[in-house]
Design a protein around this ligand. Structure first.
Ligand code: SAM
Length: 205
């Protein structure tokens, strides 16, 4: 059973098309539906390893665009010249310190496909999701341009309402979307946030 679930049609397609993970097709579906990433954009990808979103983002933004990925694990290097990867834990990271030499607040899009280690104990998992979300939100506030877009993976949990509220305060439009490439057994869902608001004060979750 486990073998069947792991090697589904998206897994095989990713192998054939040279993507490092089947997750590439989730981002492709999001892009096909919401058209958030444009040529020449600067994109920050949080939780980027093994790198299939980086591969796809690199194609989407083209040679004049830039894609920077951050992961707690090393990301095997990719050949495209518009990709840079950084090894860091985003919960313990001051974004201005890990992006030396870059315009920190100049990203058009931030993506986040991080899956926290889930224990199966609801209170523990909610706390982990919340901690991660708050760290990501801080980075988004510092790095994303006003008007920019943000894609974040989340899970159906008790803290969902707080996450939704925090996103709605910061973005003009917030949608949830479950791509076909996301396994139906998984409770993951993506928040698609469009139009980052200006610099007024916000509460956190
Ligand atoms: C589902 S994978 C991302 C797959 C990626 N989108 C792709 O297409 O290849 C989630 C990643 O989040 C990373 N991650 C988890 N916690 C993190 C943290 N605190 N800081 C940075 N990266 C983290 C994991 O190491 C893992 O590589």
């Amino acid at each position: 059973m486990a073998r069947f679930v792991l090697k589904d049609s998206f897994y095989k397609k990713a192998k054939q098309e040279g993507f490092r993970a089947r997750s590439a097709y989730k981002l492709q579906e999001i892009q096909d539906r919401f058209h958030l990433i444009r040529k020449d954009d600067r994109v920050l990808d949080l939780g980027c390893a093994p790198g299939s979103w980086l591969q796809l983002l690199s194609q989407m933004v083209g040679g004049q665009g830039q894609v920077i990925g951050i992961d707690i694990l090393p990301t095997l290097s990719l050949t495209a010249g518009n990709i840079t990867t950084i090894e860091a834990d985003i919960r313990k990271t001051d974004i201005s310190e890990v992006l030396p030499g870059y315009a920190i607040d100049g990203f058009n899009v931030v993506t986040c496909d991080i899956a926290p280690n889930l224990s199966g104990v609801r209170e523990v998992d909610d706390a982990r999701i919340e901690e991660l979300f708050e760290a990501v939100l801080q980075i988004v506030e510092a790095a994303l341009k006003p008007g920019g877009s943000f894609i974040i993976k989340s899970f159906f949990t008790n803290v969902q309402k707080g996450i939704t509220n925090a996103l709605q305060e910061r973005f003009v439009k917030v949608s949830t979307y479950k791509p076909a490439a996301s396994r139906s057994v998984s409770s993951e869902v993506y928040f698609i946030c469009q139009g980052k608001r200006g610099t007024e004060l916000h509460s956190c979750i």
